[in-house]
Design a protein around this ligand. Structure first.
Ligand code: GLN
Length: 468
């Protein structure tokens, strides 16, 4: 069921917000036992909100599942980490939660994720395994794997995720749902636990493009509590959604179709592009020449920012505190040693290293220059084209455990999604068919559509044409 379907059922009286929440809770108890998308849910407080739901609002009475790194007053917010799993309760609502509530939505359910959103498979969660509902032997993608898996399994209508380097678009692609990463500054980050503050954005994961547009509009907009929030009007993304692609210029970057891309993924993406051409789009070959540097650039900048952001987890104020420390330094060390998992420690060490005196110029400041070149690639491309189309990931969902102990392999798999975050531009993943891969049958693949800064309405319109 979609958000629009559910709203129709509420309006016709076929179901009520409270009755529907009970149904969802039943789904979670049954079907989610296999998928493992939900970390927790609080039916009681959701039912209390349902009792006063205003069905005339755009999301009136609609339950929305929330990635477990977005603060919700009085609720746990684990970030998939042992550090916060035991004794952290959010002291306030994230701004997106306030906006969703103002639009009538009911936040319901906290979704599993890679620890502090570091990962591409949700296997870095310290809490539980999330399986891909299309094939339970496979990962759902990540880091918003719980959000994508629940929407794909039908145990959530729609969900929020966060995307620092692909964490909304890639799990959407792997689970066969729609995922939108908004432009940097479009959606408030206030109340999102920071991973890499210059890259993080919150966005929707939904079953349809129309739902993504509706949810995006409800959560976007200026927020004085986030200094990077943009004070610009939120466009009407629903109005022109069905305008089609007639006359649009769509760029196909040659760097996104090189070696290493799975044949089935390539075929589905090329077929989608041909169909867009058949609907009247003009297909233009383009180049984004600094694409090859995206992985190295991202894996310097993101860990650098993470090492700074995660210094607040010291055993004093938030979450876990080690027992019987010898002194204050020992308290910091033991709390961090016990609370963080291996990938988070790796990122903190990488980030501290690239920021340290003697290496700062060689790594961090060069990465910032490379970031500027990557952003300029897009600025130049958008002088020629309205949107850019590409694969989301080079393969469909891999098997659980396939890259165990091989973080570099995992980092390289992010090659097509990182650049949008480095450039601050919006991107959407929309399903574009299924393929067989590594013994798996009919696995979803996604088409990525990238747009110019603040061009969400444009990319959603192209995504809608693909969906049709
Ligand atoms: N896979 C990337 C990483 O591990 C991106 C994660 C994200 O977007 N949160 O950093």
């Amino acid at each position: 069921m979609t958000i629009f379907d559910l709203r129709r059922r509420f309006k016709s009286g076929e179901t009520t917000p409270a009755a529907f929440l009970e149904t969802l809770a039943g789904e979670i108890a049954q079907r989610d036992r296999e998928v493992g998308a939900y970390v927790s849910h609080d039916l009681e407080s959701a039912l209390a909100e349902a009792a006063t739901a205003d069905l005339s609002l755009p999301l009136g009475g609609v339950p929305i599942a929330i990635k477990d790194n977005i603060n919700l007053l009085g609720q746990p917010c684990t970030c998939g980490s042992r550090f916060l799993a035991e004794n952290y309760t959010a002291p306030y609502d994230a701004s997106v939660i306030r906006k969703l509530r103002a639009a009538g939505a009911i936040p319901f359910g906290r979704m599993n994720m890679d620890e502090f959103a570091m990962g591409s498979a949700t296997e870095n969660s310290a809490l539980q395994t999330t399986r891909n509902p299309i094939d339970p032997e496979r990962v759902p993608g990540g880091s918003s794997g719980g959000s994508a898996a629940a929407v794909a399994a039908g145990s959530a209508i729609a969900a929020l995720g966060s995307d620092t380097g692909g964490s909304i678009r890639q799990p959407a692609s792997h689970c066969g749902v729609v995922g939108l990463k908004p432009s940097y500054g479009r959606v408030s980050r206030y109340g999102l636990v920071a991973f890499a503050s210059s890259l993080d954005q919150i966005g929707p994961l939904t079953r349809t493009v129309e739902d993504a547009a509706l949810l995006f509009q409800a959560m976007a907009g200026f927020d004085p509590a986030d200094s990077t929030s943009l004070d610009v009007p939120v466009p009407d993304c629903l109005g022109g959604l069905n305008d089609g692609v007639q006359g649009l210029r769509l760029g196909v970057p040659k760097e996104y179709f090189g070696e290493g891309i799975d044949a089935g993924v390539r075929k589905n993406v090329e077929t989608a592009i041909q169909k867009l051409a058949a609907q009247g789009a003009e297909i233009v070959g383009i180049s984004l020449p600094h694409t090859q540097h995206a992985v190295a650039t991202y894996y310097i900048i993101a860990p650098a920012e993470a090492s700074s952001n995660l210094s607040r987890f010291d055993g004093i104020r938030y979450g876990r505190r080690a027992a019987h420390p010898a002194d204050i330094l020992d308290l910091y060390k033991k709390s961090r040693e016990q609370g963080f998992g291996p990938e988070v420690k790796r990122r903190i060490i990488l980030g501290t290293y690239v920021l340290s005196s003697g290496y700062y110029d060689a790594y961090y400041s060069r990465a910032q220059k490379a970031r500027t070149l990557i952003r300029r690639d897009f600025e130049n491309a958008f002088k020629q084209v309205d949107a850019i189309v590409s694969p989301v990931a080079s393969t469909p969902a891999r098997r659980l455990g396939a890259y165990a102990g091989d973080p570099l392999h995992e980092y390289l798999s992010d090659a097509f999604t990182l650049s949008a975050n480095l450039a601050g531009i919006p991107g959407v993943s929309v399903p574009c068919g299924v393929t067989d891969f590594d013994g798996g049958k009919n696995l979803p693949t996604g088409l990525q559509i990238l747009g110019p800064h603040l061009g969400e309405a444009m990319i959603l319109r192209v995504a809608r044409a693909v969906e049709k």
